[in-house]
Design a protein around this ligand. Structure first.
Ligand code: ADP
Ligand code: MG
Length: 256
Protein backbone atom coordinates (compact mmCIF):
# COMPACT_ATOMS: atom_id res chain seq x y z
CA UNK A 1 0.00 0.00 0.00
CA UNK A 2 1.23 3.50 -0.86
CA UNK A 3 2.11 5.82 2.03
CA UNK A 4 0.25 8.77 0.49
CA UNK A 5 -2.60 8.56 -2.01
CA UNK A 6 -4.16 11.60 -3.63
CA UNK A 7 -7.48 10.61 -5.18
CA UNK A 8 -9.38 12.90 -7.54
CA UNK A 9 -8.59 16.14 -5.72
CA UNK A 10 -10.33 19.24 -7.04
CA UNK A 11 -9.89 22.65 -5.40
CA UNK A 12 -11.55 25.79 -6.72
CA UNK A 13 -11.08 29.43 -5.77
CA UNK A 14 -14.29 30.99 -7.05
CA UNK A 15 -14.26 30.30 -10.78
CA UNK A 16 -10.60 29.31 -10.84
CA UNK A 17 -9.84 25.59 -10.72
CA UNK A 18 -6.45 25.41 -8.99
CA UNK A 19 -6.47 21.59 -8.74
CA UNK A 20 -8.55 19.50 -11.09
CA UNK A 21 -9.11 15.79 -10.44
CA UNK A 22 -5.53 15.18 -9.31
CA UNK A 23 -4.55 11.60 -8.50
CA UNK A 24 -1.18 10.06 -7.72
CA UNK A 25 0.45 7.92 -5.07
CA UNK A 26 3.71 8.12 -3.14
CA UNK A 27 5.36 4.93 -1.94
CA UNK A 28 7.21 4.63 1.35
CA UNK A 29 10.83 5.77 0.90
CA UNK A 30 10.28 7.46 -2.44
CA UNK A 31 11.35 10.96 -3.45
CA UNK A 32 8.70 12.38 -5.76
CA UNK A 33 9.36 15.65 -7.59
CA UNK A 34 6.29 17.82 -8.12
CA UNK A 35 6.85 20.20 -11.01
CA UNK A 36 4.93 22.59 -13.23
CA UNK A 37 4.95 26.23 -14.31
CA UNK A 38 3.95 29.00 -11.88
CA UNK A 39 0.27 28.81 -11.06
CA UNK A 40 0.05 25.09 -11.94
CA UNK A 41 -1.46 24.35 -8.53
CA UNK A 42 1.50 22.79 -6.71
CA UNK A 43 1.40 24.81 -3.49
CA UNK A 44 -2.40 24.55 -3.40
CA UNK A 45 -2.07 20.77 -3.52
CA UNK A 46 0.29 20.85 -0.51
CA UNK A 47 -2.26 23.05 1.27
CA UNK A 48 -5.00 20.51 0.53
CA UNK A 49 -2.88 17.56 1.69
CA UNK A 50 -1.90 19.28 4.93
CA UNK A 51 -5.36 20.54 5.88
CA UNK A 52 -4.97 24.27 5.12
CA UNK A 53 -7.60 23.98 2.38
CA UNK A 54 -10.55 21.67 2.17
CA UNK A 55 -10.89 20.31 -1.39
CA UNK A 56 -14.17 20.57 -3.32
CA UNK A 57 -13.83 16.91 -4.28
CA UNK A 58 -11.53 13.98 -3.68
CA UNK A 59 -9.74 12.35 -0.77
CA UNK A 60 -6.18 12.17 0.51
CA UNK A 61 -5.05 9.03 2.32
CA UNK A 62 -1.99 8.74 4.50
CA UNK A 63 -1.21 5.38 5.98
CA UNK A 64 -4.89 4.32 6.23
CA UNK A 65 -6.08 7.71 7.48
CA UNK A 66 -8.37 9.92 5.40
CA UNK A 67 -7.01 13.47 5.67
CA UNK A 68 -9.81 15.61 4.25
CA UNK A 69 -11.55 17.44 7.08
CA UNK A 70 -8.55 17.31 9.43
CA UNK A 71 -6.83 20.46 10.66
CA UNK A 72 -3.17 21.19 9.81
CA UNK A 73 -1.97 20.31 13.34
CA UNK A 74 -3.86 16.99 13.18
CA UNK A 75 -2.33 16.15 9.80
CA UNK A 76 1.08 17.03 11.20
CA UNK A 77 0.56 14.78 14.21
CA UNK A 78 -0.26 11.89 11.90
CA UNK A 79 3.24 12.26 10.45
CA UNK A 80 3.27 14.80 7.61
CA UNK A 81 5.66 17.74 7.86
CA UNK A 82 6.02 20.56 5.38
CA UNK A 83 7.84 23.73 4.51
CA UNK A 84 6.16 26.79 3.01
CA UNK A 85 7.06 28.55 -0.21
CA UNK A 86 6.39 31.82 1.58
CA UNK A 87 8.57 31.54 4.64
CA UNK A 88 6.94 32.16 7.96
CA UNK A 89 9.34 31.83 10.88
CA UNK A 90 8.58 33.55 14.16
CA UNK A 91 10.74 36.60 13.52
CA UNK A 92 10.96 37.74 17.11
CA UNK A 93 12.27 34.36 18.28
CA UNK A 94 15.76 33.03 17.97
CA UNK A 95 16.58 30.28 15.54
CA UNK A 96 16.77 27.76 18.38
CA UNK A 97 13.44 28.88 19.86
CA UNK A 98 11.78 28.52 16.45
CA UNK A 99 12.83 24.88 16.22
CA UNK A 100 12.04 24.21 19.91
CA UNK A 101 8.44 25.34 19.38
CA UNK A 102 8.10 22.69 16.68
CA UNK A 103 9.79 20.00 18.79
CA UNK A 104 7.52 20.75 21.76
CA UNK A 105 4.53 19.48 19.78
CA UNK A 106 5.60 15.99 20.77
CA UNK A 107 8.18 16.70 23.48
CA UNK A 108 6.77 18.30 26.62
CA UNK A 109 10.11 18.45 28.47
CA UNK A 110 11.77 21.75 27.45
CA UNK A 111 15.34 20.56 27.96
CA UNK A 112 14.71 17.46 25.85
CA UNK A 113 13.04 19.64 23.20
CA UNK A 114 16.08 21.91 23.30
CA UNK A 115 18.49 19.01 22.76
CA UNK A 116 16.38 17.74 19.93
CA UNK A 117 16.15 21.19 18.33
CA UNK A 118 19.93 21.54 18.51
CA UNK A 119 20.37 18.22 16.71
CA UNK A 120 18.15 19.39 13.84
CA UNK A 121 20.02 22.69 13.65
CA UNK A 122 23.22 20.73 13.38
CA UNK A 123 21.69 18.64 10.61
CA UNK A 124 20.83 21.74 8.54
CA UNK A 125 24.16 23.39 9.44
CA UNK A 126 22.66 26.30 11.38
CA UNK A 127 24.06 25.50 14.80
CA UNK A 128 26.26 28.61 14.75
CA UNK A 129 23.12 30.75 14.17
CA UNK A 130 21.11 29.30 17.05
CA UNK A 131 21.00 32.57 19.01
CA UNK A 132 20.32 34.83 16.00
CA UNK A 133 16.85 36.17 15.41
CA UNK A 134 15.07 34.53 12.48
CA UNK A 135 14.57 37.95 10.89
CA UNK A 136 18.35 38.38 10.62
CA UNK A 137 18.92 35.25 8.53
CA UNK A 138 19.56 35.20 4.79
CA UNK A 139 16.99 33.56 2.52
CA UNK A 140 19.03 30.37 2.27
CA UNK A 141 19.43 30.20 6.05
CA UNK A 142 15.69 30.76 6.55
CA UNK A 143 14.94 27.91 4.17
CA UNK A 144 17.20 25.66 6.23
CA UNK A 145 15.47 26.89 9.40
CA UNK A 146 12.11 25.94 7.84
CA UNK A 147 13.53 22.51 7.10
CA UNK A 148 14.75 22.09 10.70
CA UNK A 149 11.32 23.18 12.01
CA UNK A 150 9.56 20.70 9.74
CA UNK A 151 11.94 17.90 10.79
CA UNK A 152 11.46 18.73 14.46
CA UNK A 153 7.82 17.64 14.17
CA UNK A 154 9.25 14.15 13.41
CA UNK A 155 7.37 13.48 10.17
CA UNK A 156 7.43 10.28 8.13
CA UNK A 157 6.47 12.22 5.02
CA UNK A 158 7.98 15.62 4.31
CA UNK A 159 6.57 18.05 1.73
CA UNK A 160 9.12 20.63 0.61
CA UNK A 161 7.90 23.70 -1.28
CA UNK A 162 10.72 25.29 -3.30
CA UNK A 163 13.55 24.92 -0.81
CA UNK A 164 16.03 26.22 -3.40
CA UNK A 165 13.83 29.08 -4.67
CA UNK A 166 15.40 32.51 -4.26
CA UNK A 167 18.49 30.95 -2.76
CA UNK A 168 22.05 31.83 -3.75
CA UNK A 169 23.12 29.35 -6.46
CA UNK A 170 26.17 28.39 -4.40
CA UNK A 171 24.05 27.02 -1.56
CA UNK A 172 21.99 24.75 -3.83
CA UNK A 173 24.42 21.79 -3.56
CA UNK A 174 24.13 22.01 0.25
CA UNK A 175 20.33 21.81 0.05
CA UNK A 176 20.50 18.91 -2.42
CA UNK A 177 22.83 17.05 -0.03
CA UNK A 178 20.42 17.70 2.82
CA UNK A 179 17.57 16.18 0.83
CA UNK A 180 19.70 13.09 0.18
CA UNK A 181 20.42 12.77 3.89
CA UNK A 182 16.71 13.06 4.71
CA UNK A 183 16.07 10.07 2.49
CA UNK A 184 18.86 8.13 4.19
CA UNK A 185 17.03 8.77 7.46
CA UNK A 186 14.06 6.90 6.03
CA UNK A 187 11.88 9.90 5.19
CA UNK A 188 9.53 9.88 2.24
CA UNK A 189 9.60 13.17 0.33
CA UNK A 190 7.50 15.16 -2.09
CA UNK A 191 9.57 18.06 -3.40
CA UNK A 192 8.30 21.08 -5.35
CA UNK A 193 11.25 22.48 -7.20
CA UNK A 194 11.80 24.74 -10.18
CA UNK A 195 15.45 23.99 -10.71
CA UNK A 196 15.33 21.19 -13.30
CA UNK A 197 18.84 19.95 -12.60
CA UNK A 198 17.99 19.59 -8.93
CA UNK A 199 14.70 17.83 -9.56
CA UNK A 200 16.20 15.44 -12.10
CA UNK A 201 19.02 14.48 -9.78
CA UNK A 202 17.00 13.88 -6.61
CA UNK A 203 13.68 12.42 -7.81
CA UNK A 204 12.78 8.74 -8.17
CA UNK A 205 9.63 9.85 -9.89
CA UNK A 206 8.18 13.08 -11.18
CA UNK A 207 4.57 14.24 -11.18
CA UNK A 208 4.01 17.22 -13.48
CA UNK A 209 1.08 19.61 -13.10
CA UNK A 210 -0.19 22.12 -15.62
CA UNK A 211 -3.29 24.29 -15.14
CA UNK A 212 -4.25 22.20 -12.13
CA UNK A 213 -4.04 18.82 -13.86
CA UNK A 214 -1.53 15.97 -13.84
CA UNK A 215 0.08 15.91 -17.30
CA UNK A 216 2.90 13.46 -16.61
CA UNK A 217 3.80 10.91 -13.93
CA UNK A 218 6.83 8.68 -14.23
CA UNK A 219 10.60 8.36 -13.89
CA UNK A 220 12.55 11.57 -14.70
CA UNK A 221 14.00 10.11 -17.92
CA UNK A 222 10.47 9.45 -19.25
CA UNK A 223 8.81 12.61 -17.99
CA UNK A 224 11.27 14.96 -19.73
CA UNK A 225 10.23 13.47 -23.06
CA UNK A 226 6.54 14.08 -22.40
CA UNK A 227 5.24 16.36 -25.13
CA UNK A 228 2.62 18.02 -22.91
CA UNK A 229 5.24 18.87 -20.33
CA UNK A 230 7.52 20.50 -22.87
CA UNK A 231 4.55 22.46 -24.19
CA UNK A 232 3.56 23.51 -20.68
CA UNK A 233 6.98 25.04 -20.24
CA UNK A 234 7.06 26.74 -23.66
CA UNK A 235 7.91 30.35 -23.19
CA UNK A 236 9.42 29.38 -19.87
CA UNK A 237 12.99 28.28 -19.48
CA UNK A 238 13.27 24.52 -19.59
CA UNK A 239 16.53 22.66 -19.82
CA UNK A 240 16.83 18.89 -19.98
CA UNK A 241 19.71 17.39 -17.97
CA UNK A 242 21.89 16.79 -21.04
CA UNK A 243 22.12 20.57 -21.31
CA UNK A 244 20.09 20.60 -24.50
CA UNK A 245 17.66 23.52 -24.46
CA UNK A 246 13.94 23.02 -24.91
CA UNK A 247 13.23 25.75 -25.98
CA UNK A 248 15.74 28.58 -25.54
CA UNK A 249 15.90 29.76 -21.96
CA UNK A 250 17.89 30.02 -18.79
CA UNK A 251 19.15 27.13 -16.71
CA UNK A 252 16.37 27.37 -14.18
CA UNK A 253 13.10 29.15 -13.72
CA UNK A 254 12.74 32.23 -11.61
CA UNK A 255 11.12 32.10 -8.23
CA UNK A 256 7.36 31.85 -8.03
P1 ADP B 1 2.00 26.97 -7.92
O1 ADP B 1 2.41 26.67 -6.51
O2 ADP B 1 2.04 25.79 -8.82
O3 ADP B 1 2.76 28.13 -8.50
P2 ADP B 1 -0.50 27.77 -6.69
O4 ADP B 1 -1.02 26.51 -6.10
O5 ADP B 1 0.13 28.74 -5.77
O6 ADP B 1 0.48 27.42 -7.91
O7 ADP B 1 -1.69 28.51 -7.43
C1 ADP B 1 -2.54 27.85 -8.34
C2 ADP B 1 -3.60 28.83 -8.81
O8 ADP B 1 -4.50 29.11 -7.74
C3 ADP B 1 -3.04 30.17 -9.25
O9 ADP B 1 -3.81 30.65 -10.34
C4 ADP B 1 -3.22 31.03 -8.02
O10 ADP B 1 -3.36 32.40 -8.39
C5 ADP B 1 -4.52 30.49 -7.44
N1 ADP B 1 -4.60 30.63 -5.98
C6 ADP B 1 -3.78 30.09 -5.07
N2 ADP B 1 -4.16 30.37 -3.82
C7 ADP B 1 -5.29 31.13 -3.94
C8 ADP B 1 -6.18 31.76 -3.01
N3 ADP B 1 -5.99 31.65 -1.69
N4 ADP B 1 -7.22 32.47 -3.50
C9 ADP B 1 -7.43 32.57 -4.83
N5 ADP B 1 -6.63 32.01 -5.78
C10 ADP B 1 -5.57 31.31 -5.34
MG1 MG C 1 3.87 27.49 -5.34
Amino acid sequence: MALLTVEGITKRFGGLVANHNISFAVEQGEIVGLIGPNGAGKSTLFDVITGYYRPDAGEVRFDRHGLVGRRPDQVNRLGIGRTFQKLRPFHAMTVLENVMVAAMRHQADPSAARREALSYLEFVELLDKRDSYARDLSTGQRKRLELARAMATRPRLLLLDEVTGGVDQRTIPTLVQLIGRLREQGLTLVVIEHNMRVIMSISDRIVALHLGEVIADGPPSEVVKERRLIEAYLGDAFVVPSGERLPSGESSRGNA
